[in-house]
Write a protein that binds this ligand. Structure first.
Ligand code: AGP
Length: 633
């Protein structure tokens, strides 16, 4: 994980670096550091903790002339090798003190390289794999008597693993060198080439320029101040970077008056789901030849260009394999229900981390769908590379525009819910489910496996979802009160069936990741096969018991919990009387069709976990040990 920022140009680098680090703190936040090159030479500042801790260190230690530096690199860390500490924080400095480097990724063969370098007289201060890289670059530079860019390139040829790096040599104050493999790195360029910005994603760059080059795997870039960027392959051959225009809504990156990003993002859902559907559910003026499907030529239609353009491959798919992790995997479980029902295509949902190392049977006609909020999750990226190697078409469902997974996929649909900053995924989940519903409807109509009536009804209901979420959000205060009692628990169960089973898993994940309360999600009927042994009067049990499908059976499961003293919190459909007579803590969601109920029933669970974490005084947006973008395996 980790976040990298770099700047070379004519402005003071430090404010740009610090602002960028704040934007990237979602990638890791156990320590931070920066290196500034000025008339005083190379100065490195580090702090254990957050970027704000680093700011404190710099405020005390850096002289005014250092702060005038116009070349710098910075890093916010998520520890992989070595505990979070000042020593292990980046930037790391070479033996001579001339070269400094920040790194995101893992150097797999660092232990061997470290031993070899130690034998050559290099000393190591930290426990990190990164320090090996900076020493290796210096060693290569000395041995080959080459410039910094060549030394970086040749050193990287000796390395196995993943990296995005930015490197400065104090003897070359007009140059910044960077490189990447399997970890993202974006270079922002202004039109007159007077300044260049580096970052792990576009968010620290977007306010300075829209023009971004995403380095490709095994590319090294030499940036010369005020002049140019030259890109080389690891082989040494020069290559061209493609400048893309990236439009990022920076207002989305602020709290907007909410106490935390997570709460803002929960409340964002009505608006961003509208954005997600906008231009995709349309009153169709098109003929079926234009839409590319056999649907009606009047009335509302789902039109997704990825489905239209890849209609043939999608129609001949004998199986869809969804690969994803965490919350995105839960969305995948709901996607399976949609695709199987509306398109009659069998769907497997695999954890990307397992899929990548399995020996999967992938036929060339299979379609692999990769779901990812960040678009940078290392396991999901590796899974799609595995799928591509087997000849499958890869269809990405991604939020991060221009992200690695988006670029690696053959085609796909962006969920368009805006940047998600809180580590706990909320609006991305509902966005993913919405997109999956639209894909299943569009494909089902193209295949002729969905009836006109169900197609129309589902589209009509999808369009009502944003307003219905608003109704759920009105119960925020009530949920906050419930959370105060809930916060005393140390274990709990989330139970749901059918459409609401993935919601139970998602509710449990949300709670454990930000409140540190142990929670398990189960299909409600599985309870009697083991988990019921846990139920006692200390144990909250959350039932998602909306008025669909197996409602009556869920009621029986509730009785079983009540008779064992368990305390029930229930999510029910508006107007429910039966559960109300059994249970005190009820949260109502508006009526909708069963297929779309997860989009409503998950909202109270997001709010519940948020308020429990706040009641426990925990850091909601940056929970311990986690990071937003999991770019290591
Ligand atoms: C969700 O709340 C988690 N923080 C996590 O499970 C996340 O969904 C997972 O790491 C996958 O991330 P992605 O969607 O960016 O690929």
């Amino acid at each position: 994980m980790c976040g990298i920022v770099g700047y070379i140009g004519k402005r003071e680098a430090y404010p740009i670096l610090v602002k960028g680090l704040h934007r990237l703190e979602y990638r890791g936040y156990d320590s931070a550091g920066c290196a500034l090159l000025s008339d005083e030479g190379l100065k490195v500042y580090k702090a254990k903790g957050k970027v704000s801790d680093l700011e404190g260190v710099v405020a005390k230690a850096a002289s005014p002339s250092v702060l005038k530096s116009t070349l710098g690199i910075a890093h916010t860390r998520w520890a992989t090798h070595g505990v979070p500490s000042e020593t292990n924080a980046h930037p790391h400095v070479s033996e001579s003190g001339h070269i400094t480097l920040v790194h995101n990724g893992i150097i797999e063969n660092y232990a061997t390289l470290r031993e070899q370098l130690k034998r050559k007289g290099y000393h190591f201060k930290s426990e990190t794999d990164t320090e090996v890289l900076v020493q290796l670059i210096e060693y290569t530079q000395k041995q080959k008597r080459c410039n910094l860019c060549d030394a970086v390139r040749q050193a990287l040829n000796l390395v196995y693993g993943a990296y995005a790096i930015a490197v400065i040599d104090e003897r070359h104050p007009e140059e910044l060198v960077c490189a990447r493999k399997s970890s993202p790195l974006a270079v922002g360029v202004v039109d007159d080439r007077s300044e260049f910005f580096l970052a792990s994603d576009a968010s620290p760059i977007a306010e300075y320029t829209k023009h971004i080059i995403y380095l490709k795997d095994e590319e090294v870039a030499l940036i010369s101040r005020g002049k140019e960027i030259k890109i080389y392959k690891l082989t040494g051959e020069e290559t061209q970077g493609e400048v893309k225009e990236v439009n990022l809504d920076l207002s989305m990156l602020d709290h907007d008056g909410f106490d935390h990003f997570m709460l803002k993002e929960i409340f964002d859902q009505p608006n961003v789901l509208k954005d997600c559907m906008s231009g995709r559910i349309v009153e169709s003026p098109y003929s079926s030849a234009q839409t590319g499907h056999d649907g009606p030529t009047s009335g509302l239609q789902v039109v997704l260009s990825a489905v239209t353009q890849h209609r043939r491959e999608l129609l001949r798919a004998r199986r869809i394999i969804i690969v994803s992790c965490g919350t995105s995997w839960h969305a995948g479980l709901i996607g399976k229900q949609y695709l199987e029902h509306f398109c009659r295509i069998p769907v497997d949902v695999a954890y990307a981390s397992e899929f990548r190392y399995s020996d999967p049977v992938i036929e060339p006609d299979d379609v692999v769908m990769a779901i990812s909020q960040s678009g940078e999750t290392a396991d999901t990226l590796a899974a799609i590379q595995q799928a591509k190697a087997h000849g499958a078409m890869v269809f990405g469902i991604v939020n991060g525009v221009g992200s690695s997974i988006a670029r690696e996929s053959h085609t796909g649909v962006y969920i368009h819910v805006g940047p998600e900053i809180g580590v706990a995924s909320t609006k991305a989940f509902t966005g993913q489910v919405t997109v999956l519903a639209m894909i299943a409807l569009a494909l089902g109509m193209a295949k002729g496996t969905v009836s006109q009536e169900e197609y129309d009804e589902t589209i009509h209901e999808l369009l009502q979802i944003p307003d219905k979420i608003r109704t759920v959000l009105k119960q925020n205060d009530k949920i906050k009160k419930m959370a105060e009692r809930f916060a005393e628990a140390s274990n709990c169960l989330y139970l749901g069936r059918g459409w609401n089973f993935p919601v139970a898993l998602e509710g449990a994940l949300k709670l454990k990741e930000i409140s540190y309360i142990h929670a398990e999600g189960y299909p409600a009927a599985e309870m009697k096969h083991g988990p019921i042994a846990l139920v006692d009067n200390q144990m909250p049990v959350v039932f998602i018991a909306t008025h669909h499908g197996l409602y009556q059976k869920i009621i029986s499961n509730m009785q079983e919990v009540i008779s064992r003293g368990g305390h029930i919190y229930a999510v029910v459909t508006e107007g429910d009387e039966q559960v109300k007579n059994m249970v005190d803590d009820i949260i109502e969601v508006p009526q909708t069709i069963g297929w779309l109920v997860p989009l409503l029933s998950v909202i109270p669970l997001q709010l519940l976990s948020y308020h429990v974490a706040v009641a426990k005084g925990l850091n909601v947006d940056q929970p311990r040990n986690l990071a937003k973008s999991v770019t290591v395996e």
